[in-house]
Design a protein around this ligand. Structure first.
Ligand code: FEO
Length: 170
């Protein structure tokens, strides 16, 4: 049975995963409308992954006798300056998600809730991969700078990162 404290921490995490999904969906839609088709595919997939992360939490809470809360969400931004801006935001956002996940893990330890602690380890490893992928994209964009040919290749190559990203969400 979940304690109220852990149930609350997990529900807060549901909200963050739902917000991430919505945020990345807004980015995907912007990229698609700007003709960045590789980035759009990548971001649509990323948005789906975040939804999977949310649902995993919803089901875990309910299975352990708690009550998952499906949150109302703020409307995400609709305009972005560039792909560089988008990937900078993603890296910052994923760093925030990692620190929030660490807080849930801390709460599990102080509550001696080893079952939830074990469940959260999936998120800990997931964040490691998400942060490193986000950092890779930020670094590549920094190298490309304003080079249009480089940007074209970056966009095209993003599609090749999708299978790995999508597989790890399952
Ligand atoms: Fe579900 Fe990107 O954290």
């Amino acid at each position: 049975m979940l304690s109220k404290k852990i149930e609350k921490a997990l529900n807060t995490q549901i909200e963050l995963e739902a917000e991430s999904s919505n945020y990345y969906l807004a980015m995907a839609s912007w990229a698609e409308s700007e003709g960045f088709n590789g980035a759009a595919e990548f971001l649509y997939t990323h948005s789906d992954e975040e939804r999977t992360h949310m649902i995993k939490l919803v089901r875990f809470i309910n299975e352990r006798g708690g009550k998952a809360i499906i949150p109302a969400l703020k409307a995400p931004a609709t305009k972005f300056k560039s792909l560089s801006e988008i990937f900078d935001i993603i890296l910052k956002h994923e760093i925030l998600v990692t620190s929030e996940i660490n807080k849930v893990v801390d709460a599990c330890l102080s509550d001696k809730d080893y079952t939830t602690h074990n469940f959260m380890q999936w998120y800990v490893s997931e964040q490691l991969e998400e942060e490193s992928l986000a950092k890779l994209n930020v670094d590549r964009l920094r190298l490309i700078g304003d080079d249009k040919g480089g940007m074209y290749l970056f966009d095209r190559d993003l599609a090749t990162l999708i299978p790995t990203a999508s597989k790890k969400a399952k």
